[in-house]
Design a protein around this ligand. Sequence first.
Ligand code: CUA
Length: 335
Amino acid sequence: MAAVRLVAPTLLLTAAAASCSSPQNVLDPHGPAAMRIEELWWVLFVMGVTVSIVVAALLLLAIRRGRQRERGTQGREINGHYLVSIGAGLITPAVIFALAIYSYVIGAGVYPPVDEDAGALTVEVTGHQFWWEVRYPQYDLVSANEVVIPVGRRVRFLVTSRDVIHSFWVPQLQGKIDMIPGHTTRQWLQADEPGRYRGQCAEFCGASHALMALWVFAVPEEEFGAWLDARRQPALEPADPDVREGRAVFVAAECHLCHATRGVARPEALGDAGPDLTHLATRETLAAGTLPNTRGNLTAWISDPERIKPGARMPPTVFPPDQLRALLDYLQSLR
Ligand code: CUA
């Protein structure tokens, strides 16, 4: 009964997790690597439950034998029990050893060999406290927090970090991989169906680790080409005077020292302390998946980033209402 009481809730929880349609559900894979990882998960789960039941049954058997011995009613089948115990004592570790090998084989299989790198579409993702810098080096394209990939194609990811260790993880597409400062790690992602896949930093990296999310959008090949063409364009020269004024506010407040915005001159030597904003208005979220990209949230973020995202490196800035309005007009014009 004890075993049933232990196993039943676990099975129920597992069934609930498997049927859950969360955008970060490992048990709802949408790519070849994630499917293998899901297979591994189920095999380990079923075998783990089986081994637990066998061990619990042997334990109960041993207790029963001990009591019988105390009462002097020890049965005739003692040799049989020895055989069962010894047999299970050999079989169970053998099963666990086989699972370890199987787990290693799957783990090695989800990372294709280096010789497949040549000519592959490459995305470089760099972790920062607490956002993701995204580069497409073959297309000279820089973005942040949202990655677009063509569906059905294996895309090579090169990940690293600018500050502390982060971990790049898009559960429905691939296993997690650490982003280590000063070291670049390879990873592959492939989505078999068009869709949106949520990723999350999977290594504690500071106060807002939990608020470091990203989105991967898998789109058909033609749509991907169109997206690349559109995003490679510099920001348009604003025709609207309010937008032009907003751009002046942006520069006067020195936003451009951290945030590259193609079309706005900035000193060459500066690093990319904050996300590239050239096409900010096309992004769905602000602050790495923390808030929907709306005018209200943009206002809240600019005036007090710390309240929304503790530990964020961006300082708060309070603008007079007319300047803020112009700045928001400018930021929302960045399409
Ligand atoms: Cu970045 Cu946790």
